[in-house]
Write a protein that binds this ligand. Structure first.
Ligand SMILES: [Zn+2]
Length: 265
């Protein structure tokens, strides 16, 4: 009987500790959204980001518009192109910003960590950010897509985004190899490109329209007059076989002449 009381007491103490730990971590400020599943929260309420204050949402992978994050593995799992991944990442970043920026949050740590962060969930108005991230279609829980994924992907595909290199003030297409050469490059909508920015000449090659081919007639005739034209773009000079219409006409006239022929040149 004593043993049962002891077990119950231990369980109550543990539960009390969890409640205390959770409440202690309430009303915290989000310091920085590194990406939609990696967020720096001011866990010790000292107004700055210290080591060990990054919270990672466990088992949920996300895309980002950060050009320097390698997301090829997730793209393959989800079955989308690299450009689609960047576009979906752009929307995912906005989602996280809307959900968490300037919000008072609670954090529930799960007691696991890696070299980068502590695993845990973030609560805004007592709602789990982890579940909102998955349900929204932007998060992939254990590599699974939510029902909203296709809708989000279609939204992403319609975006017209470019890479802006702030230092050189040039903008690139999303697949330009020079786009992420500079570390200050970021993805923005084409409509927000500053008016004094220049197109990258490598990826923005203007495809000039090939002029329409016009076929001019080689013989013009009106009444008893015929005019023979030569197309020098095809043949620079008459050949020895009299294949030009003008030549064959003259030969025909000469051969059909009965007495004499006047030729003016
Ligand atoms: Zn470019």
């Amino acid at each position: 009987m004593k043993r049962i009381y002891l077990v119950v007491l231990i369980l109550i103490s543990f539960a009390a500790f969890l409640v205390f730990d959770f409440n202690r971590r309430s009303s915290l400020n989000v310091i920085k959204i590194i990406n939609a599943s990696k967020i720096a929260v001011d866990l010790n309420n000292n107004g700055k980001q210290d080591a060990d204050e990054v919270v990672c949402i466990p088992d949920v992978k996300v895309f980002t518009s950060n050009l320097f994050d390698n997301q090829q593995d997730l793209s393959k799992i989800v079955g989308i192109s690299n450009i689609e991944a960047l576009k979906l990442g752009y929307l995912t970043d906005i989602f996280a910003e809307n959900e968490l920026a300037d919000k008072k949050v609670k954090v529930k740590l799960f007691g696991r960590k890696n070299s980068d962060c502590n695993y845990g969930d973030i609560f805004v108005n007592n709602e789990s950010y982890m579940s909102r991230l998955f349900v929204s279609g932007y998060g992939f829980f254990n590599n699974n897509k939510s029902d909203k994924f296709e809708e989000r992907l279609n939204q992403a595909k319609k975006l017209d985004l470019v890479i802006l290199n702030h230092r050189s003030n040039k903008y690139h297409k999303l697949d330009c190899e020079f786009g992420k050469v500079a570390h200050d490059a970021s993805i923005i909508p084409r409509s927000q490109v500053p008016s004094d920015s220049a197109k990258c000449k490598y990826c923005h090659v203007d495809v000039k329209e090939t002029p329409q081919q016009i076929n001019y007639p080689l013989i013009l005739s009106k009444g008893g007059i015929k005019m023979y034209l030569a197309d020098s773009s095809v043949k620079l000079r008459p050949d020895g076989n009299c294949n030009f219409p003008a030549c064959s006409e003259i030969v025909k006239k000469i051969n059909s002449t009965k007495e004499s022929i006047d030729i003016a040149m």
